[in-house]
Structure formats: C-alpha cells, structure tokens
Design a protein around this ligand. Sequence first.
Ligand SMILES: Cc1cc2nc3c(=O)[nH]c(=O)nc-3n(C[C@H](O)[C@H](O)[C@H](O)COP(=O)(O)OP(=O)(O)OC[C@H]3O[C@@H](n4cnc5c(N)ncnc54)[C@H](O)[C@@H]3O)c2cc1C
Length: 488
Amino acid sequence: MTSTNEQSAVKTPARPRVVVLGAGFAGLNAALALGDMAVDVTVIDRRNHHTFQPLLYQVAVGVLSPADISKPIRTVLRHKKNTEVLMDEVVGIDTAQQYVQLRSNAKIDYDYLVLGTGSTHSYFGNDSWAKLAPGLKTLEDAREMRRRIMLAYELAEREAVETGLHPPLNFVIVGGGPTGVELAGAIRDIASLYMREDYRHIDTTKSRVLLIEGGPHILPSYPADLQKKAVEQLNELGVESLTSKVVTDIQPGYVIVGKAPNSERFESLVTLWAAGVQASPLGKMLGLPVNRRGAVTVDQYLNPPGLRNVFICGDLADVTENGKPIPGVAQPAMQMGTQAAHMIEADMEGRPRKPFHYFDKGDMATIGRNRAVADVKWPFNAHWSGFIAWVTWLTVHIFFLVGFRNRILVMVQWAWTYLTLGHGARLIMGNQRLPGWNALAPGRIPLQQGPLDLASPAHFDPADDLSPQQVATQLPNPDRKASQKASA
Ligand SMILES: Cc1cc2nc3c(=O)[nH]c(=O)nc-3n(C[C@H](O)[C@H](O)[C@H](O)COP(=O)(O)OP(=O)(O)OC[C@H]3O[C@@H](n4cnc5c(N)ncnc54)[C@H](O)[C@@H]3O)c2cc1C
C-alpha cells in the first residue's frame, strides 16, 4: 500500500519544534526519545503527573498510594534540556496553521505534533450513570472508588452498631475486561483477607462481589483457555461472574440487568464501571476520519490522511496491522511514541521513515493476590495461569513502573502487605456520602448530613441520591440482613 507518507514531504526546519500532547505512555516515550535529539520539545498535559494506569486498581482498593504509581512529568524529563513541560489542557488543534490552542488561551506553534491524549470512559450514551458508577482512568477516579469502597464498610459498621443490622455488602462491577476482573479480584481479597480483623460488628468476608459482562466471555480479548482459567480463579476467590448480561440501568443502590419483563435487579452498595472506553475527544476535533471509538485512523507511519507532520499514538490511534487492529494497551502506546520520535529524526537526517510495527509481548490480567492469567507471546509462546502468571505479572509491572523510587516503594509495599495483610492506604478522603446508602438503609442517614459532611471534589453530587420519599416508593421492602457478627 502506498501511503500519503511516501507521496508528500514535510519541510523540516533545521531545528524543528515538536509539540507532544499528553504525557501518558505514548507521549512520555516520545518525549524521552526526542529529548536526545536536535529538536525543541514542548510537552503539554492537563495533569502534572504521569500515571501508571495498570496499577490504578491497586489504589482504588487501598493497597497502594497514588504517589506510588505516578511521577511528576517535569521530574521524569528534568534531564532533557531541550524539553519544556506545560500543565494545560489542549482545547483545539489547527493543522492548517500548525498550532494548538490551550485552555489558558495560549497558542503553541509546532513543526511536528505528537498526539497521545489517550482515552476515557464511555457509558454508551448513559452519562447519568457516571456519578453512580465511577470508572477508572485517573488517580482522582481511583481515589473516588477507594472512598466509596471503604465508606461502604464504615457505614455498615456504624449501622450494625446502632441497629444490629446493615445492608448486604454487595459490590457490583460492570464490565468483565481486565480492569473489571482486576477490581473484582482485589475487592474480594481485601474483604476476605486484609480487612476481616478490622471490624467488630460486620463480617467483611461476607462481601458479595458481582462481575457483570454483557458479552459471552469474561476477558473477551484473551484466548478461550485463559478465559476459562480466569473464571475458575474468580470462582475460587468468591467472585460471582455473570456473562451475556447487559446492564440496562444503574440507580442509587441497585443495578438492572436485561430488559423487562425478563430483567433482573441486583442490590449494590457500591457500583463500579469498567465497561466502555472511548478515545479522547481531541481525535474528533481534528475533523479527520475516526473509528467507532473515536480513535483517529492512521497509516503505518502513524499519520492521519494528508498530515505527515502529525503522529497519532497510543489509545487515540486506530492502527491496523495485518488486517488486525492494534489493541489499546500500554505496550503499543509506548512503542508508537518512541517510533514517532524516530520518524522525526529520520526526516531531519534525510532518511526514509520506517513504518510502525507492533512488537506484541503478550497480555496479562491479575485476579487477586496469587492468581493471574498470562498470554505470553515473547520470548516464547505460552498460556499461563495461577501463581506463575501472577509472579510474571508482578515482575513486569514493577519493571515498567516509571521511576526507580516507585519500583522500590511498590515492591516493599507489596511484600509488606502480602506478608502481614497490612493496612495499605485504606483512607477515606472527600465527603462521607455514599450514593445508594439512603436507598439501602432507609430511614437512617448516618454520617451524611452533619458536620462531618466535608466539602469534597468527589464526583458524586449529594443531590443525586434518593430522597427518603423516593426510597419509600422505590424500595418498599428493602432486603436488610443482619450480619453474622451482629446477630451472633
Ligand atoms: C484501569 C486501567 C488498567 C489498565 N491496565 C493495563 C494493563 O494491565 N496492561 C496494559 O498494557 N494496558 C493497560 N491499560 C491500558 C493502558 O493504560 C493504556 O492503553 C495506555 O495508558 C494508553 O496510553 P496513551 O499514552 O495513549 O494514553 P494515556 O496513558 O491515557 O495518557 C494520556 C495523557 O493525555 C493527557 N490528556 C488527555 N486529554 C488531554 C488534553 N485535552 N489536554 C492535555 N492533556 C490531555 C492525560 O492527562 C494523560 O496524561 C489499562 C488502562 C486502565 C485505565
């Protein structure tokens, strides 16, 4: 195939200005490579830190702290003297005039643009679900999940002290991909191992974790044998996985699956979203062809049609190789970022560009502590599950964490928590309202309307919770069970 790449040339100035948008896996790797070249680099990200997203779920369940899996972007790039870092949000791109428009009003000109602004959650048009079932993409999201999970136990303990009863400790996770599986396994783990000694009136081991997947398989992108192993390991942990069940509604305190008259209702103290992903809106803003996810279609040089000086990388790129789409995971994002930098270097040196080729080393998903599945493709082909897959997962994730300090800290933290079943970072920060608590524990609104109701940047707006009147109409006979301990 002849791409636009070979047909048109970029006028490369002697010292080009390269603007890198987004310092995720793609952008950061591009910047690290560009930092050693004769170019001027501006890295722009709306956050001041790079986040290692594969470990976000560990922050969400309070095993790791936010700082363990992130690092300030300017610190990562501090030795790259040709590089400046701006914390700002990109709100527009003019590819004809070659500048990017920032939220602060600044315009930044470029000769080359590397675009790696990633992806975000998709609620498939049901955006009102976002407040009731947060997704996991940023450290703020992880903190919000942690707040809700930990708060559920605190409120239940308090309810049990006062009434001897508490709502069922149900956690519903929507979406059975790697993030959903990892969250489900980790919640079962903390409930049955790490927290069981911490409460006096509730039995955390009785927590019910439901993983609901709309498609026929858990871990749909994995080979069939590993899907089966994943379900077995989830069962061993006590996670109930339901497949071919489409969530049709999410309300405070419950989730509806399927359509009436065959719909089912699942009570849920905490609902978490791990189902849909869509590309960063900047892709659509370019006005170029995008796929169903909103990712920009690019050729094998990572260029959209007719824009040889624009490289789209990572989750925002819709790239096909040998007829197959390249998955939206960390490895291809890192490789694309580095390759984009090398293509710019090739232009400067008058060499032909090398097309992008994805070196696929495989995929892994962990299922609680000690269990995982691994589809290894390099250095040999193998399908692993159980402990060996988990050790491999652990090693790979520590290796790829940004920053030596983080690697050591995470290793020590994991070893400590593993051996002692210690407390990790189970902190509740932000307000003390839990969506759905009013519905599940009607008549009682503990901790939610008093001096302890702190102002919070948390996503949930208290006004969205059910009023006691709504509770009365929606849940006439709430299922409130005594905990084992409380009734003992
Ligand atoms: C919970 C979770 C678990 C995952 N687990 C794994 C795993 O185990 N293995 C794996 O390989 N992959 C995993 N992934 C996928 C992987 O993290 C992504 O594929 C990868 O992060 C994509 O890299 P990226 O550079 O394209 O985007 P990102 O890493 O998302 O980076 C995008 C950057 O752009 C910035 N940005 C966005 N919009 C703007 C804007 N308008 N202006 C300025 N800056 C902006 C963001 O702040 C961010 O820093 C996981 C993802 C998630 C969310």
